[in-house]
Design a protein around this ligand. Structure first.
Ligand code: ADP
Ligand code: MG
Length: 906
């Protein structure tokens, strides 16, 4: 590298791996040193593609001045200057900047919040540095780094393979070819096209099988993916459906409100009111009417919700998923690890000579083998010995114990087999010394089996484990005390019955089989000698039952979609409360194998079934489709490489933080950090709360705006002077309104959101009844405002020397302002408590009320501000009017809510 500083090795696929490693001055055992990494990071930059639409502080700031609202304000201030009203002009300009600052702060906060959320969901990669395997952020990889990958991992940069085992990759993201490609470290021809460079791994592809070690040859935009995607990556950040709906709402509303504002202005001018005053009032009303802030407050509320979900162990990949969660009505969950603890212990072997049980709980490595009640020696039982051996050999897990500290890796089911072996004195390492592994056919969820090949004096022993139906199907013989015997169809039936019985006890059952072959290329799953069944206990997670109950109460259906046997699925499903009888209709995965030819009855059965067993990843895809056609919003879990398509197809794809592969994590919308079903329930709850919050602040803002529009409109009809002045309107909308709206947007919601069915996804943000409420709230507050204007004018007179009495205007202004503050309490749900509800328990609401009250006092008494807003001291009498009149609307609404609640209970 020192010779040619700025270019990577040319055509690394055509060079021997030693040569490539040498050019990068790295040894595969040690990896790079930290200093070297730092210097290369400086030289090559970070390993990332160009970021999608960079939202810098500067662009955010610039965007604040691009809105319709700003144009309106600018026009207003210009008109003020033209009419020679300098103070107004300057004040409106100030409002314009205050508005921009608030917008800027809000949006920066949302962007920052999203960025750190994205950091949480990023996927780390494993690489070797300074001799140790570390987990690092993929963007910090540099050329020369040694990366270690296994099946299900994403390739983080372009790599030259230096070591591999049974390696296959899916390169469809790069080449469009979806058939997995086998790879190894052998160099290929220099002119080999991308798709044929079988000694290279490319960024954006993933491992479907095997393991690999490779040296990074290019990173970031120098990778093949970087080269093709640089041009398309510039796309604008997508808006979520909700943000779009809010935009739409704004667009529909604006012309109407602008029309009203215009009419008010014209009517005033015709009535002979001051021309300048009416123009400014119209513009101020227009400003108030434009709901510019809605989408950004919504974004903030969504981002805030994502944080709350993260606190509850659900990492959500996008804002729109938060929204979709709220209308999810079907949750398809797998069983092992999500509904159950995934802490398995082998407790029984069923073999031809009989049943042997095994003592010892959890991960204890001490335990006895019992036949009936008497202890037996494994060495004396040939069939048991062979079974244990196959269980230990056909295994990818590892178990180590040093100084009492357990070092366990891999699938808990496989770990339990290793532990059973240890109880019999059979460690995997010791077994492998005699029978070294030469080949592995990895577990494939389609065939539901796995096999390993082991060298034994000149021949090979094949060790197979898998789902009993599958293993029995591939077996021709069975091992008995007398040796190998033919396995008849009737006997197979018997075994399947036993499998069923074990399943009914909620045990997870695997079958074990073996055979000897002379050629390690021979197919694994045929002519096997059946050894027996092994049963393990995997108890349901305690917290799952109440979580499922909560989902059901919330009008969602939870459906089990398991790869396991029907009986075991039923037992667990029954125990976690998925159904209240064990007598349920289980649909087997193969019934979904031909989705095109399903009759309507069959489809209906599928739609109604609570449990699917022996399901393959492919089946999941069809199941989702059938439910979606039925109009459902479907959430589906999955953790394997093959689950990615189903995770993408589901409305909400859910994967597991611990068990899930990187590929699944990338395809999923939600990652459960604790792999736990109850986390899904919490996420749904948050999804619903967020939507409600957004609805609340939209209603709050619109009804507030409506009230002032109506107040002025009505005043002009009945021939009153303006109860509000233009700058007062701006003050309310740009400053005062914002804080309660934010507070509503980030509220914690109430438990009750899980008492009602999911929201219809087609439902708009505001339904007819919401609009009616907005109208009613608006009318109430407008009447209160005019009422206090009337009371004020009785007390102080409507006009002073022909001018409107500013004291009375201040009274009506403050009445409107405070009535709108108290109005937040109207945002509670009808079925919530009168004193204790999601509004009164929201500390931000109280903060906002406090802050806004102070601001209103400042508006009245702070010398500079009161001049601008033309407010004056209203005295004790004035304040009495303000307090009483501003409380009346909220009191009426609260009484109405209580009456509605009472009528609901009838
Ligand atoms: P689940 O829904 O219970 O997680 P999986 O799809 O993981 O089901 O597995 C389906 C079936 O395949 C299991 O019931 C078991 O019989 C078999 N199986 C799972 N993992 C392995 C493995 N590593 N080796 C052999 N068989 C396996
Ligand atoms: Mg599984």
């Amino acid at each position: 590298m020192s010779q040619n500083d700025n270019s990577s090795v040319l055509s690394p696929w055509a060079k021997a791996k030693e040569e490539v490693l040498k050019s990068y001055e790295v040894s595969p055992e040690d990896g790079l040193s930290n200093e070297e990494v730092d210097s290369r990071l400086k030289r090559y930059g970070q390993n990332k593609l160009k970021e999608i639409s960079k939202k810098s502080k500067w662009t955010i700031l610039k965007n604040q001045f691009k809105s319709f609202l700003v144009i309106l304000l600018a026009v207003a201030s210009l008109i003020s200057f033209i009419f020679g009203k300098v103070l107004e002009g300057v004040s409106i300009t100030a409002v314009l900047f205050i508005n921009a600052i608030i917008g800027f702060i809000t949006e920066s906060k949302a962007v920052k919040s999203m960025k750190s959320l994205r950091e949480m969901t990023r996927i780390d990669t494993h690489e070797r540095r300074e001799g140790e395997i570390e987990e690092i952020v993929a963007k910090n990889l540099v050329p020369g780094d040694i990366v270690v990958l296994r099946s299900g991992d994403l390739v983080p940069a372009d790599l030259r393979i230096i070591e591999s085992s049974k390696l296959q990759t899916d390169e469809s993201a790069l080449t469009g070819e979806s058939i997995p490609v086998s790879k190894n470290s052998e160099k290929v021809k220099e002119d080999a096209p991308l798709a044929e460079r079988t000694d290279m791994l490319y960024k954006g592809t993933h491992l479907t099988r095997g393991t690999a070690e490779g040296v990074v040859v290019s990173t970031g935009s120098d990778t093949e993916l970087g080269k093709i995607s640089e041009s398309i990556e510039e796309a604008e950040e997508e808006k979520t459906p909700l943000e779009e709906k809010l935009d739409e709402l704004g667009q529909k509303l604006v012309p109407v409100l602008l029309g009203i504002a215009f009419v008010v202005g014209v009517a005033g001018i015709i009535r002979g009111l001051d021309l300048f005053l009416m123009i400014e009032t119209s513009i101020a009303l227009a400003v108030a009417a434009v709901p510019e802030g809605l989408p950004i407050v919504a974004t903030l509320a969504l981002a805030r919700g994502m944080w709350r979900m993260a606190d509850r162990n659900a990492l959500v990949n996008s804002l729109s998923s938060v929204e979709t969660l709220g209308s999810t009505n079907i949750i398809c969950s797998d069983k092992t690890g999500t509904l159950t603890e995934n802490r398995m212990t082998v407790n029984k072997f069923e073999m031809a000579p009989g049943e042997v049980s095994l003592t010892g709980k959890g991960l204890e490595t001490e335990g006895d083998f019992l036949e009936g009640d008497s202890e037996i020696d494994v060495a004396d039982d040939e069939v048991l010995k062979k079974s244990l051996e196959v269980g230990v050999l056909c295994n990818n897990a590892s178990y180590d114990e040093e100084d009492g500290e357990k070092d366990i890796m891999g699938d808990p089911m496989e770990v339990s087999l290793l532990i059973a072996g240890i109880k019999a004195g059979m460690g995997r390492d010791k077994l492998l010394e005699k029978k070294s592994e030469v080949r592995e056919v990895s577990f494939d969820p389609e065939v539901k089996m796995m096999a390993t090949y082991h060298q034994i004096n000149g021949a090979y022993q094949v060790a197979v484990k898998g789902a009993p139906e599958a293993v029995l199907d591939s077996s021709t013989d069975v091992l008995t005390e007398e040796g190998r015997e033919k396995l008849s169809e009737e006997e197979k039936e018997e075994w399947l019955k036993k499998n069923n019985q074990l399943g009914e006890d909620g045990l997870r059952v695997l079958a074990l089989a073996t055979k000897e072959v002379t050629d390690s290329d021979e197919k694994p799953y045929m002519d096997l000698t059946f050894l027996g069944l092994v049963a393990m206990n995997d108890p349901p997670r305690e917290e799952v039952k109440p979580a499922i109950k909560k989902c059901q109460d919330a009008g969602m259906r939870v459906i089990m979609v398991t790869g396991d046997h029907a009986a075991a699925g039923k037992n667990i499903g029954y125990r976690v409360g998925l159904f209240d009888t064990q007598d349920v209709d289980v649909i087997s995965g193969d019934e979904l194998d031909d989705p095109e030819n399903l009759s309507d009855e069959e489809k209906e059965r599928i739609v109604n079934a609570p449990i699917f067993a022996r399901v393959s990843p492919e089946n999941k895809l069809d199941l989702i489709e059938i439910h979606q056609e039925d109009g459902s919003i479907v959430a589906m879990t999955g953790d394997g490489v093959n689950d990615a398509p189903a995770l993408k197809k589901a409305d909400i794809g859910i994967t597991m933080g611990q068990r899930g592969t990187q590929v699944a994590k990338e395809a999923a919308d939600i990652v459960l950090r604790d792999d736990n079903f109850s986390t899904i329930t919490k996420a749904v709850e948050q999804g619903r709360i967020i939507f409600k919050n957004i609805r609340k602040f939209v209603i709050y803002l619109l009804s507030g705006n409506m009230s002032q529009l109506l107040a002025i409109f009505l005043a002009s009809i009945i021939g009153y002077p303006l109860p509000l002045l233009p700058l007062q309107i701006l003050f309310l909308n740009v400053v005062n309104d914002v804080f309660p709206a934010f507070a509503l947007g980030v509220g914690g919601g109430s438990e009750k959101v899980m008492d009602s069915p999911p929201r219809d996804p087609k439902e708009s943000v505001l339904t007819k009844s919401h609009w009616r409420n907005i109208g009613l709230y608006g009318v109430l507050i407008a009447i209160a405002t005019l009422g206090s204007f009337y009371l004020g004018s009785i007390e102080f007179g409507m006009y002073v020397n022909g001018d409107p009495n500013y004291r009375v205007v201040t009274i009506s202004f403050l009445t409107l302002a405070f009535a709108r503050l108290w109005h937040v309490f109207d945002m509670r749900d009808v079925d919530s408590g009168f004193f204790k509800n999601e509004i009164t328990t929201n500390k931000y609401v109280w903060g906002a009320l406090g802050l806004c009250s102070v601001l209103l006092l400042a508006a009245t008494y702070l010398p500079g501000l009161s001049v601008v807003l033309q407010t004056v001291d209203i005295g004790l009498k004035g304040w009495s009017i303000v307090v009483v009149m501003s409380i009346i609307p909220v009191t009426i609404v609260q009484i109405a809510k209580e009456i509605m609640k009472f009528r609901k209970t009838l």
